[in-house]
Ligand binder design. Structure first.
Ligand SMILES: C[S@@+](CC[C@H](N)C(=O)[O-])C[C@H]1O[C@@H](n2cnc3c(N)ncnc32)[C@H](O)[C@@H]1O
Length: 284
């Protein structure tokens, strides 16, 4: 596990603030932490939940849940269910008390658990205020989750996995950093559509995928388009086969992965829109 002494400069600031925030007696009793305890300010919690679009249908999992505020706020303001996993038993006790006081103990619960030993699959939304190295260690497990699962991280990114959305907030009373701002990053787990797809001889796709980004070759009605590009948003797929000089898409497709089929609506070049269902022809 990472200790505070092994961290880079910005995380060290997080450590310093945490050391100042935790009374010495409690600090001695703390288990081995991957991330120190620093709370997300209330208006930043609201913005994280708004960025993820949390509703009553969601199950929110906060990894390293501190005093429980993210899951409790999701239950209070959106009616969502959720769970926080936290390695510090004193914070778990405090969080369950806070949930009871807020009247949401039936929807928000907290367990003493290592976030790396947590089953992430039940979550539709995962929230994190961790550290860069911890995010990167979690990344392979996050990418295995159900397509469309939303991940929101306070301040730290996921390396070369670019976010689908980003919000920067003023946080005048922020204890960390010099710019008094919080950055919130959203990722949606992309379906895997990499590989070869065909609908007879009319449409053939050969797609390469890096996270949510697509590129590849397309054969459509006898014409080859060698530099197609696109992106995946959950199970939705957007492709541009060829662009105008202006950079706008001249011929492309919108669609969705349904089971093992890509259902596409091809549009452009003055043609009528045509619904095409293609079948996987190789790939993962
Ligand atoms: C920066 S705080 C964030 C608290 C809360 N999520 C928030 O945003 O207000 C990180 C929390 O992760 C907890 N933590 C550190 N390592 C952990 C681990 N391996 N498993 C579970 N929780 C951990 C710490 O005790 C701390 O409460």
């Amino acid at each position: 596990m990472l200790g505070c002494s092994s961290m880079r400069l910005a995380p060290l600031l997080l450590c310093a603030a945490a050391a100042a925030a935790v009374p010495p007696a409690a600090a001695q009793a703390l288990p081995d932490l991957d991330v120190p305890f620093v709370t997300t300010p209330d208006h930043v919690v609201d913005a994280m939940l708004a960025l993820a679009g949390v509703t009553a249908r969601d199950f929110v999992l906060d990894l390293g849940s501190g005093d429980g505020r993210i899951v409790i706020t999701a239950a209070l303001k959106s009616g969502a269910r959720g769970m926080g996993v936290e390695i510090d038993p004193a914070l778990v006790k405090l969080s369950n008390e806070n949930a009871r006081k807020a009247g949401v103990a039936d929807r928000a619960r907290f367990v003493e658990q290592d976030l790396f030993a947590t089953d992430l699959a039940p979550a539709s939304v995962i929230t994190m205020y961790l550290l860069p190295d911890v995010n990167l260690k979690l990344r392979p497990e996050l990418l295995k989750l159900r397509p469309g699962t939303r991940i929101v991280s306070h301040d730290w990114d996921m390396g070369d996995w670019q976010p689908d959305a980003k919000v920067v907030l003023d946080v005048p009373d922020k204890k960390l950093g010099l710019d008094k701002k919080s950055t919130l990053l959203l990722w949606k787990i992309p379906a895997v559509v990499e590989g070869g797809w065909a609908s007879g001889k009319r449409l053939r796709l050969n797609l390469r995928q890096r996270y949510q980004m697509l590129e590849g070759e397309v054969l459509y009605r006898g014409q080859t388009y060698p530099a197609a590009s696109g992106r995946v948003d959950g199970t939705r797929v957007q492709l541009c086969f060829a662009q105008h000089d202006t950079g706008r898409c001249r011929l492309g497709a919108l669609g969705r992965l349904v089971g093992s089929e890509l259902q596409l609506l091809v549009d452009g070049a003055g043609r009528q829109q045509v619904t095409v269902i293609t079948r996987r022809n190789g790939g993962r």
